[in-house]
Design a protein around this ligand. Structure first.
Ligand SMILES: [Zn+2]
Length: 98
């Protein structure tokens, strides 16, 4: 069940990619241009509490999101990370220059 007071459950951002259990949108506080987040549709504090299906769906969004960010921002590379904790979400995809 999504929480109404959670910014990740209610992103109010353009949805860049989505599937049954996950969705992706640009971060409101980007580390770099095109910094995007992938979050589960169900409210979760950490990656570790996701079901196998939620986990797989979230990570399956990485590739289509990478293609979209590549076309839109033409970065030289990406950082793909997972933050786990109170101030974190399931996964982030950050275009970067290496
Ligand atoms: Zn939430």
């Amino acid at each position: 069940m999504n929480r109404t007071d959670c910014i990740f459950c209610n992103p109010k951002r353009e949805i860049l990619a989505e599937n049954r259990h996950g969705l992706a949108f640009l971060d409101s506080y980007p580390v770099s241009r095109g910094h995007a987040l992938i979050v589960p549709r169900r409210h979760a504090i950490t990656l570790f509490e996701l079901s196998d299906e939620e986990y797989a769906d979230c990570f399956q969004l990485v590739l289509p999101l990478k293609d979209l960010l590549l076309a839109r921002y033409a970065p030289d590379g990406f950082n793909v990370g997972a933050n786990c904790g109170e101030a974190a979400v399931a996964s982030g995809l950050v275009p970067g220059v290496f």
